[in-house]
Write a new protein. Sequence first.
Lengths: 335, 259, 247
Amino acid sequence: MRSLRALALASLVAAALVLAAGGAVAQAPTVKIGYIPSDSFAALYIMADRYLTPAGITVQMVRMAGGAEITTQVATGQLHVGGAGMGAAGFNAVAAKLPIEFIAPLHFGYLEDYFTVRKAVWGTEVKRIADLKGRTVGLNTRGAAVEWMLDQVLRRDGLTIKDVQVKIMPFPDMVPALESGAIDAGILTEPFPTLAEDKGVGVRPLTRPAGAKAIPITAAFWNAEWAKANADLAHKVMLGYLRAVRDLAADGGRGWSEDRNVDLMVKYAATKKELVKKARSHVADPNLELDTSTLDSMQKLNADLGYLKYTEFLSAEKLFTFTYRDRAVKELGRR
Amino acid sequence: MSRGPGWLAQHWLTVASPVALLIGWEVASAVGLLREAFFPRPSTVLVHLRRLVADGTLLGHALPTLSRIGGAFALAAILGVVTGLAMGLWRRLREGLDPVFAVVYPIPSVLFLPFVSFLVPRGETALIVTTAATSFFLIAFTTTEGVRQIDPLVVEAARHYGARGRRLFTAVLLPGALPFIFTGLRLGLGYALIVVVAVEIVSASRGLGALLWLSWQVLKVEDMYATFLVIAALGAVLSYGLAALRARLLPWAQDVAER
Amino acid sequence: MALAVPLGLLALWELLARLAVVSPRYFPPPSRVSTALVDGFTEGDLGGETLVTLTRLALAFALAAVPAVPLGLLMGMVKQVREAVEPYIAVLFPVPKIALLPFLMILLGVGEPAFVLTGAISAFFQITISTLAGVQTMDPRLLDVGRNYGAHGARLFTRVILPAALPAIFTGLRLGLGLALVAIVVVEFIAAKSGLGHLVYRHWQTLSTPQMYGAFALVGALGLLLTRGLRALQTRMLVWQEDPGRL
């Protein structure tokens, strides 16, 4: 009989655990923002800490590993606002009419600043991009902008993404992976390429041609139903976002290395200040406009790889909901 | 196995319950009670499944999975039965290996992938060897158990009548252990599927696990459901099909896991 | 004696790695792995990561056991319930539970609820099936005897059915806990960003092999503790019954 009692006790404990777990789920209304710890999400950090929190809006920053996760979370309403590299998950979500609205570009950049090659092989086993054929290249996720960026880089020397072995790992892990030889190259976002160069494990072999235009890489989005139900709050978020982006774009982009902005990047991306200051700056557009030809090229690659669930490419106007942006830009004035 | 109308009359709930669920799902999704983007109607899933079959996508992912399961199962079965028989016959070996197995066996197979990928060439070989790991231990365990449970009197009697070496093995030990070996093989095959899906999620670009994971990563939700259906069907075929096969081949021997 | 072979293997590994017969980068000597383990506990957060895995495991197990045992009992006693539920169990039991993870992540988001639930589902089916088997295989004479002595309804249940099914329930719980551990570790390896499974994955990706083998060994130790420890507990608690689920 003692064993019966023990079992009953165990069930009671288990039931209490379940109840406790259930209780922890309920919480106060807040703006939940999903981010990937990297400098490219700086606008979201600044928006949250400099513009939303002081305005009395409760913000919860949720750290995630990849864009697909954030996209799903926002589409299901578990997160309200998020950002991600533009890619298949987002395109498919819009095409499937999920309640997710892309509201503005998040950051722009140059391929040359991302593409990093393992120092130990560059110049020896790998003398040019074409030598990467069959080698292992690190990406942080499938079906997102990074995959398109890698494909673009490879195409410069006659390869495509299908010619290399892609290995999926989070950005921070790529630096030790370059060091150990787990990958021979990777698409890394700042500050990790700088960190790789600092540690002497990676090089960025490509130089940016003069007059190159920055490419839109990530976009900000939110849950459409949340935005509709909280129109006022959504507008405030949009205003805060625009201000944050302008803080970064200020002074011809020098905002990216400005102390108060760098401090927030250090806080959320958990890196060192000197490193962020040394990193190559991303680009932000003060009016949140983007060159839409990239979107077509991205959709084309995703279609070729069989990632898209639709065949007719979506235009920028279909992919993005610009009304919130337009209202905010009008209110603060064009730059 | 014949199930006539009498069976249906007696067990109508077994049929009615899933049918009701599917209809309920279809309706709920159609009228918007469930969000169609995440809970596509069963009929939509079937349409997508047909498309995946028609354009060859499914075959292109199912074949690698099947060949990996086949390879891993063959590897696990041969090594497992041999190791198990040896461990059953020689006490020394059993006592020596038992603590090693005890630690290694509960580790999920997928975790062997890093280790295996250092040991053998990356790619298919690594995937197959990893997939074989848990099945191997399971088959070795059950085979050992099968040899050990043979009545020593039977072995003694066989020896008495002159059975030695190979004859003792083929005439007494193997048949005696067979029901256990078969149970081990059945469970091992089931595990091979479980592991291969996980291994493909982590480290393959082809295979049903890879297709499932990629469909999730790019939010092709209907393909996710369709792939899941195929994986579930494969699971059912592997576990119930083999049980039926045993009933055919070894009708005298009850599955020891069902005792 | 029982430890001779494992110790011998470790010594051989140590030797081969030291002599660089096998690459010490991929197969670091066990001494370095244990140093990494100790460092991980004293300086790193290996303890914390272990706790994360254990917490997930405990939650998953509780979430599985609490509904599974009553469901199994109910299925064993009420034919209609059994027939309505059986098809789902028959279809879902052989499915690799990890295949449910993407669905749970869509449903619940990428986070603890989805991770824990994947582990819970793995254990749930096993516990339900074992419990059901416990009721179904009980000696019908026990029921008759119980009835003859006037046991009905609740009394029949608590005095006859439950004790008779208890060994099978315990076996189900033990097997379920093992399955939940496997599922949780695999989920960590694949999707979560914490826990022992994730440590193995991360250290593999970055080729920090001593740490990788350390986490790997820790998972093995945990599994050993749960499988062998619970079996010992079961034999002590239910001395009067033979364990029906030896395999």
